[in-house]
Design a protein around this ligand. Structure first.
Ligand code: CA
Length: 232
């Protein structure tokens, strides 16, 4: 499946060979890549021009990918950001999510995996824009998809797009069990997630529960060996 001529992708990668490879692949599949080699340039480009998605390397000279991600996220909460990490350590990944990345890929990755992640992020971003989704209740929280926030008396938390999609799916299922496989398919956009590390899902759940405060663990129940569900 190819891209679209109007889809501009910012590629922030300092290693010239990788940067060129990424841009070639993206251009070949119909996207319009713009390469930059430093975090500073990435930040400036991302804030100046309208990109549909940012591919962001973690290890950059000067401003790191984490710094760029955090700064972009502050100004552009809906911009899809896909982090590229060479290290692949859990800490790296968790930090990336904390700074607001939507997804990550560990180098080396396959072209098909890269394209699948990009397409999933773009699909989700596009779907959100087109559907004008309505606010919904999640336990004591009122979730507003348009603003990416969950609110209750005296509290307000910001949500990533992925967190929003997870909450929406749990709410839709009204207490039925949602398997990790279903989450990977419907939230991450993987067509056949058997190979994918399901720990990714668990890490996101941990983070999401924390955001929902003391009741987080009760609101998103673990069903051992099965998955998760919206708690009573
Ligand atoms: Ca690098």
């Amino acid at each position: 499946m190819g891209g679209d001529d109007d889809i501009q992708i910012l590629v922030v990668e300092d290693e010239v060979a990788i940067q060129r490879g990424l841009c070639d692949v993206l251009a070949y599949h119909g996207y319009r890549p713009t390469p930059v080699g430093t975090g500073e340039d990435g930040l400036r480009e991302g804030l100046t021009n309208a990109y549909s998605l940012v591919l962001l390397d973690v290890m950059l000279p000067g401003l790191s990918g984490f710094d760029v991600c955090r700064e972009l996220r502050e100004s552009l909460p809906r911009l899809p950001i896909l982090m590229l990490t060479a290290r692949g350590s859990e800490e790296d990944v968790l930090r990336g999510f904390r700074e607001g990345s939507d997804d990550y890929l560990t180098k080396p990755f396959s072209v098909s995996e890269l394209l699948a992640r990009i397409e999933a992020l773009l699909r989700r971003a596009g779907k959100k824009a087109a559907a004008a989704p309505q606010p919904f209740a999640f336990g004591p929280w009122q979730v507003d998809p348009a603003r990416l926030v969950a609110e209750r008396e005296g509290a307000s938390v910001e949500l990533s797009r992925r967190e929003l999609d997870m909450l929406a799916l749990f709410a839709e299922e009204r207490g039925r069990i949602v398997s990790r496989r279903a989450l990977l398919q419907q939230v991450w956009g993987f067509d056949s997630p058997e190979r994918i590390e399901t720990r990714t899902v668990d890490m996101h759940i941990v983070k999401l529960r924390k955001k929902l405060g003391e009741e987080g663990r009760r609101l998103i129940e673990t069903v051992r060996g099965e998955g998760y569900r919206l708690g009573a």
